[in-house]
Design a protein around this ligand. Sequence first.
Ligand SMILES: NC(=O)c1ccc[n+]([C@@H]2O[C@H](COP(=O)([O-])OP(=O)(O)OC[C@H]3O[C@@H](n4cnc5c(N)ncnc54)[C@H](OP(=O)(O)O)[C@@H]3O)[C@@H](O)[C@H]2O)c1
Length: 314
Amino acid sequence: MNDIAVETRFLHAIELGLGAWQWGDRIWWQYGRTHTEEDVRAAFDVSIAEGIRFIDTAEVYGSGNSERLLGKFIRESEQPAVIATKFFPFPWRLTKNAFPRALKHSLERLGAESVDLYQVHSPSPLLSIDRMAEGLALCVEEGLTRTVGVSNFDPTQTLSAYSALARLKVPLAANQVHYSLLNRSVEKNGLLARCHELGIRLIAYSPLEMGMLTGKYSPRQAPSGPRAAQYASLLHRLAPLLKVMTDIGQDHGGKSNGQVALNWVICKGALPIPGAKNAEQAEQNAGALGWRLTEEDVTRLDEASDQLLGLPKT
Ligand SMILES: NC(=O)c1ccc[n+]([C@@H]2O[C@H](COP(=O)([O-])OP(=O)(O)OC[C@H]3O[C@@H](n4cnc5c(N)ncnc54)[C@H](OP(=O)(O)O)[C@@H]3O)[C@@H](O)[C@H]2O)c1
């Protein structure tokens, strides 16, 4: 690796992003039935207008359609966005050259010359950390991405990735993992603390727990698609946590449950990237900014979530 200064600080200055898995994905998110291109364009426009410029996509979202839509919206709006996309470690393309090759395909779909963050979507037993680091470093060297990251890496894998990249003089900029009031494993397994120590931005996916934390679903009002089965049992236990969230939201001038859920993630020092299907959702989610939960609020939310999850108090 030649001496290329890779600057990752910009990621730490971003408080809130936007997830684009919903854009073009029919199987999980029912694109075409619950929302259309017009809707997701409006979600993009509203987010940009609200100052949210960090948008997360992946080559596999909607089989490339999420990247295509995002590229189209950026070009047509002529608005600067901070783009994060992902490499999926399919077993048939695990050489180091596969990384820049895949990223070039993503860039074609995005209509961009480079992205701001290129993440490995998940660890793979077939992909050694050293090979992965070499592939990511090539992407930086070729000017295809500003920074690199991983996703779904546990604390040990994160440390290995950090060290392997450091040997190539590339910083590990981010680890994107599941983190919400209903999934706090990153607190319990030490990943959040480790990322803070090492200057790795922890990006929180599913921060609304796929919509469950907005309060709009209940055992009687189940979500559509695969979420119905996944969250059936949780929805029976959710009411006490939602009640605490609603009370706290009231104390802050009527913030919604979703806004409380996102603000809680921000208070923990992570970057939430809620997915939005339309303008209304994007607008609501943007309302997580501009105010802060108190330390006492965070403690009350932690306790309510611990109780629900059946975890010992921290
Ligand atoms: N790296 C990974 O492995 C990975 C995994 C998952 C997600 N991600 C990324 O993280 C992003 C966010 O995660 P996610 O999409 O799984 O879950 P999420 O952000 O927790 O939930 C998104 C869903 O919640 C509902 N929603 C959003 N805002 C709302 C609002 N204001 N009011 C009411 N409902 C609202 C919408 O679904 P309905 O309207 O249908 O309820 C929306 O599709 C994704 O878009 C993707 O970019 C990454």
